[in-house]
Design a protein around this ligand. Structure first.
Ligand code: NDP
Length: 599
């Protein structure tokens, strides 16, 4: 009897909670969806200005040749260059908007920035470089330095074009080369072109009324102004000691920056629209002895182990054993238990979700003293509706006297005046506003990175993709020979992004090896193979955005709760990263190069 009652109680509790989730979601849905955000152009262009370089560095225009042009000097570009180099291609020109290699880690130097995936699987090419990360979750400065070390190791500095954007590229059918043009007036002729331009690159601003009126200091987290704040990635921002600071946003970036700001600012206001899930981090220094005993091939094994666990594939051992994998084990365990229990009348995954989120909410109560603040910091949606966060200092920051949570109850900041932020009708005067409001997602490659290409017979990529992207493996596009896309659409969505990039880089490197070995000149996806892949994605692909799913509040993971135009084209290969990586690996090992033609 009591077990039935318990089952009923649980079932009712879950239903009540889901009703709350629905209310929280409805509260946040807005008709303007992604259009609520402001592009960093025109009067807002200064928000994307690079604070880490001297803008007048000036260099002579380049008119040169290279075997390969790689657009993007982040992990995607670096991994491609590394794999190409091993395959014998060393004449590589990297075109990069930032002043150095690093990509995400060039731009995101905000205080507290660190990788949220374990360093031993996240930092690329550790064995190749013989590098041991200093911590389980390395800080941004270390990751940036590692990116530079990769650039040095593979000799990429000599030809690299920094502070430079590719603006166009033309395929020359006769010569079998790409002519790549940049905003610096450079022209580089190359046999191969790789687009490794990343996904979360262009900062976006919240469309808060009055945003242009603020007279104090204002910037985006990905362009941190250390001249103003003082300090560095590790904190110590002495420039804020007499400043009242507002940070807008409470996503993965804000969660890392808030504890450091709290330590430095005279007063910190955290403007929250939706709280993140904050689980245990437990960072610590690398055990040198353990690291020195790792055997050759350990990194790939560890990378695959993590990807498999995160996608629910049982492994003999959990090598990473951290918050991410714990999360998955708990979800799987609860799912298994719920299946056994049977009589609860609740779908197993729903029960697992409920339990995990209750644990996350209980942690808020344990860490935050003020009851009202604790309640406001509790997330009411399913796990993975937003990027899960792991941090041990974020929640306790709200116990400090100099930190105020300005919860907007899902509505966002009402307005910005000349001297402060307005939340729930009340103005809070501040000296500085920092936007931790994320990056443009789901907009075209042309808008995100300003890239378009002229393929065979003058075909524009933007024209070919007018109704949605068309690729083979998410890498090749028919009509665009010798061009490869990394980390893009129609492939997969991996939490550990470098794993995704490396699997693609290895695949492309093998193609280049074949070209060299056989003395060939070009490669292109066939129309049929591309069609088959696109049909598979459209008809059978995994949705990456779930606008109709009520457990999720809006955000960039679900296109702000709206359906995506031609969304079927943006789906991922079904079965998650392990299946996509397996598919690429089998394709590499098979040696038939199915779906592409060489010439
Ligand atoms: P997000 O897009 O995740 O978060 C933006 C934040 O701004 C949200 O909290 C959003 O609220 C809030 N916001 C937007 N508009 C308003 C408004 N008008 N008023 C108040 N708040 C507003 O950006 P992040 O930079 O935090 O993270 C982006 C991604 O970068 C992450 O998802 C992750 O993939 C990656 N990242 C990775 C890290 C790593 O260690 N590898 C570290 C940090 C980030 P709402 O949720 O309501 O929309």
């Amino acid at each position: 009897m009591s077990s039935t009652n318990n089952a009923e109680n649980l079932s009712e509790a879950i239903e009540r909670m889901r009703e709350k989730y629905r209310v929280e979601r409805e509260k946040r849905l807005r008709p303007d969806g992604s259009d609520q955000f402001i592009e960093v152009k025109d009067q807002f262009a200064h928000f994307s200005k690079d604070p880490f370089v001297n803008e007048d560095a000036g260099r002579a225009r380049r008119n040169s040749k290279a075997e390969v042009v790689i657009v993007g000097g982040g992990f995607g570009g670096l991994l491609t260059a590394a794999r190409f180099s091993t395959a014998g291609y060393t004449d590589i020109c990297v075109i990069e908007e930032g002043g150095d290699f690093g990509g995400t880690w060039y731009w995101n130097r905000y205080p507290g920035a660190q990788c949220d995936i374990e360093s031993y699987v996240y930092l690329p090419l550790l064995e190749e470089l013989g590098y041991m990360p200093t911590e389980k979750y390395a800080h941004a400065d270390e990751i940036f330095n590692h990116s530079r070390a990769i650039g040095e190791h593979y000799g990429l500095y000599e030809q690299a074009l920094f502070q430079t954007r590719m603006v166009d590229a033309d395929w020359n059918e006769e010569a079998g080369t790409w002519s790549v043009l940049t905003d610096g007036g450079d022209k580089v002729e190359a046999q191969f072109l790789v687009l490794a331009t990343g996904n979360l690159t262009r900062p976006k601003l919240p469309g808060i009324p009055g945003i242009e009126k603020f007279k104090g200091h204002i910037f985006h987290t990905s362009r941190w102004d250390y001249d103003y704040t003082g300090g560095d990635n590790r904190g110590g921002m002495t420039g804020l000691a007499d400043k009242r600071v507002a940070i807008v946003g409470s996503g993965a970036t804000a969660v890392q920056a808030v504890p450091k700001l709290a330590q430095s600012a005279e007063h910190l206001f955290v403007c929250q629209r939706t709280p993140s899930t904050i689980d245990v981090r437990a960072n610590g220094p690398t055990d040198k002895e353990w690291f020195s005993k790792l055997e050759k091939g350990w990194q790939q094994e560890r990378i695959e182990n993590l990807t498999n666990i995160l996608n629910g594939l049982p492994q003999a051992e959990d090598l990473v054993a951290d918050g991410w994998t714990d999360l998955m084990h708990k979800m799987i365990e609860a799912n298994r238990e719920a299946k056994k229990g049977g009589d609860r009348g609740v779908p197993p995954m729903r029960l697992a979700q409920y339990r995990k989120m209750e644990e996350i909410r209980a942690r808020v109560d344990q860490c935050v003293e003020d009851e009202a603040a604790a309640e406001a910091l509790k997330p009411y949606y399913d796990m993975f509706c937003k990027r899960p966060c792991f941090h041990d200092e974020y929640l306790p920051s709200f116990n400090r006297d100099n930190v105020t949570l300005l919860d907007t109850d899902g509505q966002g900041v009402d307005g910005i005046t000349a001297s402060g932020v307005v939340v729930k009708g009340e103005e809070y005067p501040v000296d500085c506003i920092i936007f931790a409001t994320g990056f443009e997602v789901g907009v075209s490659m042309q808008r995100r990175v300003g890239i378009d290409l002229n393929g065979r017979n003058g075909l524009r990529l933007s024209e070919k993709w007018a109704d949605g992207p068309r690729t083979l493996h998410g890498i090749h596009v028919n009509g665009f020979p010798n061009c490869f896309i990394l980390g893009g659409v129609q492939s997969t969505i991996a939490f550990n992004v470098p794993h995704h990039l490396d699997e693609q880089a290895r695949t492309i490197a093998l193609i280049l090896e074949e070209i060299r070995e056989k003395g060939l000149g070009r490669v292109e996806a066939t129309e049929d193979a591309e069609k088959a892949w696109v049909d598979g994605i459209i008809n059978d692909g995994q949705k990456v955005s779930l606008p109709g799913q009520d457990p999720c509040t809006p955000g960039y993971y679900n296109n702000e709760g709206q359906s995506t135009k031609n969304g079927r084209y943006f789906r991922a290969f079904k079965g998650g990263p392990p299946r996509y990586f397996k598919k690429l690996k089998a394709w590499r090992e098979d040696g038939n190069f199915d779906g592409i033609n060489f010439g």
